[in-house]
Design a protein around this ligand. Structure first.
Ligand code: NAD
Length: 293
C-alpha cells in the first residue's frame, strides 16, 4: 500500500493561521513581534530564502527588518549591527542568513546574538541547551520535523531513528531532539560505511544529506516513516529531495514530499520562535507544541 503523505504545506498553513491570531493578541498588549534578517552578499539562493522568510512574516503579521550588507562588509560591522539589534526592543528575533562570506567567522557572529533573540537556535548556548533537553529556541528545521512526525500520531519513544546527515544545523540537532524523545538514534554521514545497513533498521528515517536519490527502496524498512529534508536543484530547474520518493513511498508508511514537506515548516518554525520570543517579552504564558510538553 502506498505511504500516507505528510503534508508540510498544509500543516504550515494551519500553524501560520494560528500564529496570526497570536500576533493579534500580542498587539492588543502593545507588542508587535519583529524579526531582523541580516543578509551579507548576493548569494542568489540566500536571497530567495530571505525573501521567503520576510513574506512569511508579513503573512502572520510579524514585522521584519531586512538588513542587506555588501559581501565585503567587515566582521566588526556585522557584529556592531547585531549589537544594535540586540538592544532594539522592536526586534524579538535575529537571524543571520548562512552561508557567510569566507572572511567572516561564523562562530563569532552567531555568538554575538543575544541568546533570547537567537530564533535560529544556532548560538552555542542554545546548542548546549539541546544536549540537556532545555533549549531556549529549538532550531527551525528539526523543530519542523518534530511537528511533522507528530501528525502521524505514532510515538517516537523506543523507535529506531536513523538520521542521514550530521550537519550542525540539521542532522545533529535532529538527533538530539529525537534522543530527548527517547528514540534510539543512529547518525550517519558521508564517511559511514554501508549506509543501507543502518537505514534498513530505521522505524523513522530522516535524510538531510543534499544528495538527490540517495535513499532507494532497498534501503528502507517496510512501514518506516521517511522524512526527506534534502533540497536539491536539478539541471532542469526542478527541486528534488534525497529520497527516491516514487519507489520509497511504496514501502514506507508515511513520507514527506519534496517540495511541500519539510521546507514550508522550516520557515514556519522561524515565525514560531519569533512569536515565542515576543510572548516571553510580553510575559505571556508560552504556547507549547505537543512534543515540548
Ligand atoms: P551539509 O552539507 O552541511 O551536511 C550534509 C551532511 O550529509 C554531512 O554530514 C555529510 O557528511 C552528509 N552526507 C553527504 N552525502 C552523504 C552520503 N552520500 N551519505 C551519507 N551522508 C552524506 O548540509 P545541510 O545544511 O545539513 O543540508 C542537508 C540538505 O538539507 C541539503 O539538501 C539542504 O538544502 C537541505 N536543507 C533543507 C532544509 C529545509 O528546510 N527543508 C533546511 C536545511 C537544509
Amino acid at each position: 500500500m502506498p505511504a500516507n503523505i505528510i503534508d508540510g504545506k498544509a500543516l504550515a498553513k494551519r500553524l501560520r493561521e494560528e500564529f496570526s491570531i497570536r500576533v493579534k493578541t500580542l498587539q492588543a498588549s502593545g507588542i508587535t513581534p519583529g524579526l531582523a534578517v541580516i543578509l551579507i552578499g548576493e548569494n542568489p539562493a540566500s536571497q530567495v530564502y530571505v525573501g521567503n522568510k520576510v513574506k512569511a512574516c508579513a503573512e502572520c503579521g510579524v514585522r521584519s527588518f531586512r538588513h542587506t550588507l555588501p559581501a565585503d562588509t567587515p566582521e566588526t560591522e556585522v557584529i556592531a549591527l547585531i549589537g544594535r539589534l540586540n538592544a532594539d526592543r522592536d526586534v524579538h528575533g535575529i537571524l543571520v542568513q548562512l552561508p557567510l562570506p569566507p572572511h567572516i567567522d561564523l562562530r563569532r557572529v552567531l555568538e554575538a546574538i543575544d541568546v533570547h533573540k537567537d530564533v535560529d537556535g544556532f548560538h552555542l548556548y542554545n546548542v548546549g541547551g539541546l544536549v540537556v533537553g532545555d533549549s531556549i529556541f529549538p532550531p527551525c528545521t528539526p523543530y519542523g520535523v518534530q511537528l511533522l512526525l507528530e501528525t502521524t500520531g505514532l510515538p517516537v519513544e523506543g523507535k529506531n531513528a536513523v538520521i542521514v546527515g550530521a550537519s550542525n544545523i540539521v542532522g545533529k540537532p535532529m538527533a538530539l531532539m529525537l534522543l530527548q524523545k527517547e528514540a534510539t538514534v543512529t547518525i550517519c554521514h558521508a564517511k559511514t560505511k554501508n549506509l543501507a545497513q543502518h537505514t534498513i533498521i530505521a522505524d523513522i528515517l530522516i535524510v538531510a544529506a543534499g544528495s538527490p536519490g540517495l535513499i532507494v527502496p532497498q534501503m528502507v524498512k517496510e512501514g518506516a516513516i521517511v522524512i526527506d529534508i534534502g533540497i536539491n536543484r536539478m539541471p532542469d530547474g526542478s527541486i528534488t529531495g534525497d529520497v527516491d520518493f516514487k519507489g520509497v513511498s511504496q514501502k514506507a508508511s508515511w513520507i514527506t514530499p519534496v517540495p511541500g514537506g519539510v521546507g514550508p515548516m522550516t520557515v514556519t518554525m522561524l515565525i514560531a520562535n519569533t512569536l515565542r520570543s515576543a510572548e516571553r517579552v510580553a510575559g505571556q504564558q508560552e504556547v507549547l507544541g505537543e512534543w515540548e510538553k
